[in-house]
Ligand binder design. Structure first.
Ligand code: BGC
Length: 379
């Protein structure tokens, strides 16, 4: 990035500065504002390829940047923190001009971010806030608290305690539910859980909802690295420990489609599914194609659609602003305190998808085709 002072001091000093960068490419201290896109590289660090959404995010960001002529260094870290640290280190060494990072562990990249800051490489936190570091310049995400609120509302609607318009539903309960949260090292997991639990609280307080296991603290219900198998195991354990007296689970708050599928597998293996023993109302997030099919088939209750194409677009807009020496435009400058500073953010809205919404939200918008939904597989 441009150092305004150096530019002002003139060519000789700038030449010295560039020489000092020693073959490290165009990244860091160089002036990017006047450079052609093909001379600029954006490092894109994604957490894992085990979840469809991150593949879609990575592909979207790459395509959009390449369409504008930029070079893209896209890496997936296999949900392994040391791998992500190493990949980000390499991006810096190879001369990235901007970094876009979706962190596995929001607190684990401090030394990489310091290295980026030392070279004046702007860092955009992608979807997951990077915590405990001064060196995060911008955050693009969805309204994560509202995701949790929407998940809780979808659970209430599915159980009949509430109507879609928020009015009182025809059922009164009491219903047995269990709650799950995401990975504790992901800042979003806390926002989702807080939004959901605040929404469910009045129903828990008046007894129309009962968490029969009594496990309601995020530490008790979190699923490390958002692993489907871990969620399946926890649901199996809950069925054995809490529902072996003939009582039934009526609903499950699940924060992510992958977890939802693990939970549904555990429930089906325990005999839930037939009309006489209906599958509980299970929520989700990300509109993963396998879950959209389950929703279409009446197995999963709902998901929260977050259009990764729009998120990718915002990340590209922010990256371009930095490359042009401008500050990207934020629409939230108060919510996302990363422990050191409030990171200026651009937050996108989210949409609840029940079976009836699949066509309008996902097919008509071109996110999936009707064939993909029917097959439960994206091409
Ligand atoms: C994302 C969710 C996703 C979860 C698991 C979170 O940080 O915001 O969309 O479901 O990670 O990958």
């Amino acid at each position: 990035m441009k150092r305004r002072l150096l530019a002002a001091l003139g060519g000789a000093v700038l030449a010295f500065s560039l020489a000092a960068c020693g073959g490290e490419g165009a990244g860091g201290d160089t002036d990017t504002s006047g450079q052609a896109p093909q001379d600029l590289t954006i490092g894109v660090s994604m957490p894992t390829q085990t979840s469809e959404r991150w593949i879609a995010d990575g592909n979207s960001v790459k395509e959009k940047l390449e369409a504008k002529g930029y070079k893209v260094d896209l890496q997936y870290a296999g949900d392994d923190i040391p791998t992500q640290s190493q990949q980000v280190d390499q991006m810096i060494t190879r001369g990235a001009d901007v970094l876009i990072i979706a962190a596995i562990d929001g607190t684990a990249l401090s030394s990489q971010l310091q290295a980026a800051a030392d070279k004046k490489i702007p860092v955009i936190a992608y979807d997951r806030l990077i915590r405990d570091s001064q060196n995060v310049d911008f955050y693009v995400s969805f309204d994560n608290f509202k995701v949790g609120v929407a998940q809780a509302n979808a659970l209430l609607v599915g159980l009949g305690l509430q109507n879609k318009d928020g009015s009182k539903g025809s059922k009164t309960g009491p219903f047995n539910i269990e709650v799950f949260a995401g990975s504790l090292d992901d800042n979003n997991a806390h926002f989702f859980f807080d939004g959901a639990m605040q929404t469910l609280k009045p129903f828990l307080d008046n007894g129309s909802l009962v968490v029969k296991s009594k496990q309601t603290a995020i530490e008790q219900v979190a699923i490390l690295r958002w692993q489907q198998e871990t969620a399946q195991k926890r649901m199996e354990d809950l069925l054995t420990s809490t529902y072996n007296d003939g009582s039934k689970v009526n609903g499950v708050l699940s924060p992510y489609d992958g977890l939802s599928r693990g939970i549904i597998t555990a429930l089906q293996n325990a005999g839930y599914g037939p009309a006489a023993n209906p599958i509980p109302v299970v929520t989700g997030q990300d509109a993963e194609i396998a879950s959209v099919k389950l929703i279409n088939d009446g197995v999963q209750g709902s998901t929260i659609f977050k259009d990764t194409r729009l998120l990718a677009e915002q990340a590209v807009i922010a990256a371009e602003a930095f490359l042009q020496e401008k500050q990207p435009q934020a629409n939230d400058t108060t919510t996302y305190d990363n422990g050191v500073k409030v990171v200026p953010s651009y937050l996108l809205p989210v949409q609840t998808v029940f079976k009836d919404d699949i066509k309008t939200a996902l097919i008509d918008s071109g996110y999936y085709t009707a064939e993909e939904v029917a097959a439960g597989q994206a091409k």
